[in-house]
Design a protein around this ligand. Sequence first.
Ligand SMILES: Cc1cc2nc3c(=O)[nH]c(=O)nc-3n(C[C@H](O)[C@H](O)[C@H](O)COP(=O)(O)O)c2cc1C
Length: 394
Amino acid sequence: MKDKTVILGVTGGIAAYKAVDLLRMMKRAGANVKVVMTEAAARFVGEITFRVLSGNPVGMGLFDSPEGWDVNHVALAQEADLIIVAPATANVIGKAANGLADDLLSCVIMASRRSVLFAPAMNSGMYESDAVQANIETLKSRGFHFIGPGTGDLACGQGVGRMEEPGIIFEAAAGLLSCKTLDGVPVVITAGPTREKIDAVRFISNPSTGRMGYAAAREAARRGACVTLISGPSDLSDPFGVKIIRVQSALDMQKALDENLPGSKIFISAAAVSDFRPSEPEDYKIKKSDASLNVELVPNPDLLALAGKNKGGRIHVGFAAETEDMKENALKKLGEKNLDMIVANDIRSEDSGFGTETDRAMIILSDGTAEDLPVMKKEELAGIILDRVEKLLK
Ligand SMILES: Cc1cc2nc3c(=O)[nH]c(=O)nc-3n(C[C@H](O)[C@H](O)[C@H](O)COP(=O)(O)O)c2cc1C
């Protein structure tokens, strides 16, 4: 987002205050943000907040001319690399879909040839109305982008219509602005733990959060890839622009891989798949008692090794959690699973491995070259992994 010009359109809904957070995220990422508010938006959040935080005058009236800024709607539309409308009222969506341009924001949207991302926010009744749904369909069919709305607390109760969180809108915006080095490339990524059922309420699992795989999925989607993310149970929110398949067990994950790997060009296996599963899971809840309980475990299929048998020209990336002899052990795994690249994590250190925000990793390629990386956020590591994968693709 660095050095990009983003027009942030703010319209008249309760969620207008969340646009302030979105603005701050974009500023932190180095974007030049110009806010255009509707008159109704100014009833919810003062213009001065956006002016001070953006460091730019705020556009509002079509016929205003704030000092130091050519606020002409055509000039603004041409200057923008991206327009985000957050929150987007039923009104602004309706105007954009039907060719109405009676204020500065609707004129800028209509005059722009760049991507426009709407983050709708409104009461459920309004959102579900035939008119709003038809307007959204019309805009989507013309190439406009939408993010959300989500379901949850609304100013007037519960339901669908809640504006997507600023962090998710930011992510979607970053995706629309980034350079598409993996444009259209089909990528399959696994993430998170698996859950191996013991009975109706108990299971065997591990502390994987899915963060590494989700970060890779997000980064690949940002680069234009067609990403399928096969995820075990995770609390993380769905990455924007990614097809997500939610699974529970290793066998579910295997089925999803069988269906999705053929035809893909890159496979990143970041899931922590359970090595064992109970041999005879019960459908009912086993009653508590004082007697000991024996659960027989049988090995799960080795999904990575199986995928490696039929890989053809596909690039395979695996992960290895190591405590010692990182390079030797990881290289061995790389050979056994027919990988092109392995990312070894030093799980002895507190800032690396399961459940951490950061990793201390070593990237090893099949020719034995190893790259020792400093401790970094998993999101940053995802970028480096994809840079290396792109090199392998070439
Ligand atoms: C308290 C209040 C909250 C409102 N919240 C929303 C909302 O969340 N979404 C929406 O579409 N309209 C909402 N409206 C109605 C819009 O403000 C109204 O349609 C207005 O004309 C929108 O103008 P704009 O699209 O130019 O900003 C709200 C109105 C009031 C009085």
